[in-house]
Design a protein around this ligand. Sequence first.
Ligand code: PLP
Length: 381
Amino acid sequence: MKEETKLIQNILSDPLTGAISTPIYQTSTFVQEEPGVHKGYDYTRTNNPTRKVLENIIKDLEEGYAGLAFASGLAAIDATVKLLSNGDEIIAVDDIYGGTFRLLNLYKKLGINTNFVDTSCLKNIISHISSKTKMIWLETPTNPTLKISDIQKISLNVKKINSNILIVVDNTFATPIIQKPLNLGSDIVIHSATKYLAGHSDVLAGLIIVNNKQLYDTLKYIQNSTGGILSPMDSWLTIRGCQTLYLRIKKQSENAMKIASFLKTKNIIDKIYYPGLISHKNYTIAKKQQRYFGGIVSFSLKNDTLYAAKKIVTSTKLFKLAESLGGTKSLICQPSTMTHKSTPLDIRIKTGIQNSLIRLSIGIENIDDLIHDLNNAFLLL
Ligand SMILES: *Cc1c(COP(=O)(O)O)cnc(C)c1O
């Protein structure tokens, strides 16, 4: 079977009733025949049949050993950091998701330190590796300038130095439709399923996929010990979202490419960030590593002011002004005053988040309508 078919067909009907849609097992506990004798489920924090279906879907999509579902992306990220101990160090991508940056800073006081480096250049990683390094944390593409890191090259070279260093990839922006990091040599993949996987801006969810049993057992133990699990209802919403993932990613990537090309024709635009454009600084590796270029496009204005960007983000009608991304509906945001407002100014400028930067999360609407909407907003400048 081809991937698209497998995704749908691997979601089995309910063995008990034949229900074609996965039942929502809204229950905290399960009746036992004798103490310890049950059907594989004893308490929903430990195991739940609806959550299990989702965990199998994402395991198949990422071609991993097993999956684990959490209450949010950050709950999944937190569980992963808990693999480490006092004194261990992480090397992470410098323009990492703001919430992950905040979490990693919190871990400093527990003795787990992070070095933030530009991971799109391998030697920045290699030169920071020490005997304390236990984890490399990648996001590719990054938010909002869509910087790409070469997962295969990094995994290969880091493992040559020390095969015990774990390679973690936050695959939220790409999704397994675009790239499968485990096949490129990483050990752990993380998703904020809140974004593309659930895909309808109606649920918060996080996922971890690992490539071996030992990592799975340890993370399963951490998940059960800390309790940040995904509820049965939210598991069901995420299962439903995943079923259309192929269609959405394909359409959103096609729309995004057309919007990036449209932006190139506009005089008021300064920089355009889209990995599908030859002018993007990581175009070559994006083309090699990714099946599509994704649904996020960012750009800055020649008039690099907060005011000019605000004028645009408040003038579009179809593009709704909101944080988050990856849903069916197109969104627009101004990172410098919204998603990245707590990032220190010097880091903000260094990572390309200038005052006028605007990020688009492209939805599944008709491309002509989306371009028309942006064009109307540009005319007001
Ligand atoms: C949104 C996001 C997260 C955090 O996920 P939540 O579901 O909001 O907790 C982590 N990483 C990336 C890349 C994200 O975009």
